[in-house]
Design a protein around this ligand. Structure first.
Ligand SMILES: Cc1ncc(COP(=O)(O)O)c(C=O)c1O
Length: 367
């Protein structure tokens, strides 16, 4: 049986055109800071990629700062604001949570959408300058956040807004101007580029303090010789993502959701009624640990993730599902199924069959 990869929110396959462009870039020599012809060719390749990445998110090329990935982009956005109060939503990725451990937490609804009234009240009560960080779409549930509305509130309070758009970019349209964000993080490996490269998009004039100092690369906002093959691959992936549309994926996701909830009507679909990424389904099989489901599906050739993160052999309950008011039992039984541009109906059927077989097995064992 051929494997069914349904873990695209963890990482997407590298597009063949990306691999091709990267392998060509690897065979070239030249530091983009060197003034000779090979250096200038490398610089040109970086600037082409910068324009492609900027176009994907409606930014100006000069606003794009290449980083080593999404995690670094989030740290660069939030690392330099020591004298500020930082407010983050309760469902942010660990890379944001760890960047600002003392942050004030903005609550979310039971559908996993940030509470704008609470944000407004928290900012009204704040007497220090503040920075807000709210993700565009959640990596576990796919819930899309009201960034433009949050940005309007931020502006009213004279506050900067950072948006982690890492799961949204390439799946839904992202436009810096329409979102109204001051800072935006993206990561190549979520949209068909290589891992280990990302970007922070910072509007002109937004204060930033470099995390890495040394050479003057990235206009002194991020020192270090540029990852030329990675950046070239990111550019190609961004260009392809800007042209791609994913409507068929929503149909496949909806079909999966309908089939699983027909088998198990008591199963909770997280963020079911929220605006959601077209590719993400987070669902709990009541009474069955997520790790059991992930293993049973893997044995059937289907790769998905647990809703809870697993570290050092211990399953940690998802802070995202917890913030949505999920009970411990609900959170521990949640898995994430995430699709991408090459997902087929056959793969979805394979997943439904494996999940259904496990559900029936556990029900008959319990009877
Ligand atoms: C929402 C979100 N933010 C940040 C990251 C981290 O990105 P990277 O893996 O490029 O460091 C991820 C990756 O899982 C993510 O889903």
């Amino acid at each position: 049986m051929s494997p069914a990869y349904l873990d695209w929110n963890a990482t997407a396959p590298v597009r063949p055109e990306v691999a091709e462009a990267m392998s060509e870039a690897l065979r070239r020599t030249g530091n983009p800071s060197s003034v000779h012809r090979w250096g200038r060719a490398a610089r040109q390749a970086i600037e082409r990629a910068r324009a492609e990445v900027a176009a994907l998110v409606g930014a100006a090329p000069a606003e794009v700062i290449f980083t080593s990935g999404g995690t670094e982009a989030n740290h660069l956005a939030l690392g330099g604001v020591h004298d500020h109060r930082v407010l983050i939503s309760a469902i942010e990725h660990d890379s944001v949570r760890a960047a600002v451990p003392g942050a004030t937490v903005i609550p979310v609804s039971s559908e996993g959408v940030v509470d704008l009234g609470a944000l407004d009240a928290l900012l009204a009560a704040e007497d220090r300058p503040a920075v807000i960080s709210i993700m565009l779409a959640n990596n576990e549930t796919g819930a899309i956040q009201p960034i433009a509305e949050a940005a309007a509130i931020a502006r009213r309070h004279g506050t900067l807004l950072h948006c982690d758009a890492i799961q949204g970019a390439g799946k839904i349209p992202v436009d810096l101007g329409a979102l109204g964000a001051d800072l935006l993080s993206i990561s190549a490996h979520k949209l068909g580029g290589p891992p280990g490269v990302g970007a922070l998009v910072a509007r002109e004039g937004v204060p930033l303090s470099a995390l890495q100092r040394g050479g003057g690369q990235e206009r002194s906002r991020r020192a270090g010789t540029e990852n030329l093959p990675g950046i070239v691959g990111f550019g190609v992936a961004a260009e392809l993502a800007a042209r791609a549309s994913l409507p068929a994926i929503a149909e496949l996701r909806d079909a999966a959701e309908a089939a699983l909830t027909a088998v198990a009507p008591e199963a909770r679909v997280f963020a079911k009624t929220a605006p959601r990424l077209p590719n993400t389904l987070c669902i709990g099989m009541p009474g069955v640990a997520a790790s059991t489901q992930v293993m049973a599906l893997d044995l059937a050739g289907v790769m998905v993730s647990a809703g809870a993160a697993c570290s050092s052999g211990k399953v940690r309950r998802s802070h995202v599902l917890e913030a949505m008011g999920a009970s411990a039992a609900e959170a521990e039984s949640a898995i994430r199924v995430s699709l991408g541009w090459s997902t087929t109906a056959a793969e979805i059927e394979q997943m439904i069959a494996a999940w259904t077989a496990l559900y029936r097995r556990t029900r008959s064992a319990a009877a």
